[in-house]
Design a binder for this molecule. Structure first.
Ligand SMILES: [Fe+2]
Length: 308
């Protein structure tokens, strides 16, 4: 069932952009965090036409309808996440690709039912009409924004994902760099001169023991792009209270306050090991043509030795 939408565009091309571009992922029904990240964009002076959300507008938190309305009415660019795909089709589950029996799998039923009940048919149609990819050019670089990865909407790419896998996905993108979401841990790196940037989630902390939301700003500077990962504080106490009022599972409500996911069993070993270690912010990566440097790599940590 597609609520009157028969064909969503596979890709939207924004063309050449001038000025800073703000990217964020995962509003996840967190109205307070969504308001905060949009306020951050306004504070940076970045207009809606240069703001890209990499999807999962409605998920774990209490206010799917209000969050989706905020995002839609902001007029920003939104890539279809697996949650938009599932909710837009009124599917039976979220399509997150969680392993059967995982903590995520157990929790998903409740939040997905809540989102499905709260969203209007009009919003589900809007979700179904989001493109699966957004292409843009910045300072001569071509970038492709997707949800999980170019190969698959719900493919997990983490900081520890092998470089060869990232290189494979970048080649599939046919672009100089990829802007992705879905996995929820912010990181940015260059892979054989190509960019992989996951701006993290605005509405769910980065499992780093802090309650912060995340976004990235890509700033053109001559023939290079400076990519900056930003963290922001917001009224997470209200978001937690709304989740409890709605009777949603405690795991994700607690996560908003503690910054620790209830679902670390889905993570690769390196990311499980890094859990609870605050990610530094802001941090910068200078991306130049042919660059081989990896100057920023948030989401992993170096101190404990257990990942060696
Ligand atoms: Fe997702």
């Amino acid at each position: 069932m597609t609520h009157g939408v028969t064909a969503a565009p596979a890709m939207v091309d924004l063309g050449d952009l001038t000025g800073d571009v703000l990217v964020f992922g995962g509003p996840v029904s967190n109205r307070q965090a969504t308001e905060a990240v949009l306020a951050e964009a306004e504070a940076h002076g970045i207009p809606p036409g240069r703001i890209v959300c990499t999807g999962d507008v409605a998920a774990y938190c209490a206010e799917p309808r209000a969050t989706a309305e905020l995002i839609r009415d902001a007029g920003i660019q939104v890539v279809r996440g697996n949650c938009e795909e599932s909710l837009g089709q009124d599917a039976e589950d979220c399509g997150c690709n969680f392993a059967s029996g995982s903590a995520c799998d157990a929790l998903a039923d409740a939040w997905y039912r809540h989102a499905r009940a709260d969203l209007t048919g009009e919003l589900r149609a809007w979700m179904a009409a989001r493109p699966t990819a957004i292409r843009l050019r910045l300072a001569g670089f071509e970038l492709l924004a997707v949800h999980g990865a170019p190969s698959q909407i719900n493919h997990w790419i983490f900081p520890s994902t092998p470089l060869r896998d990232k290189a494979f996905e970048i080649a599939l993108a046919g672009a100089d760099g990829v802007l992705a979401g879905h996995s929820g841990i912010p990181f940015v790196e260059t892979v054989q001169g190509h960019l992989w940037c996951n701006a993290g989630s605005a509405g769910m902390p980065a499992n780093d023991g802090t309650p912060r939301g995340w976004y990235a700003v890509l700033s053109p500077d001559g023939d290079r792009v400076v990519v900056t990962l930003h963290a922001f504080d917001y009224d997470h106490a209200t978001a937690v209270a709304r989740m409890r009022d709605a009777g949603l599972p405690e795991g994700y409500a607690t996560a908003l306050a503690t910054g620790r996911w209830p679902s670390e069993d889905i993570l690769p070993r390196d990311e499980r090991c890094a859990a609870g270690t605050p990610i530094a912010a802001p941090q910068h990566l200078v991306w130049t043509a042919g660059s081989r440097e990896t100057t920023a790599h948030a989401g992993t940590h170096a101190a404990c030795g257990c990942c060696a």
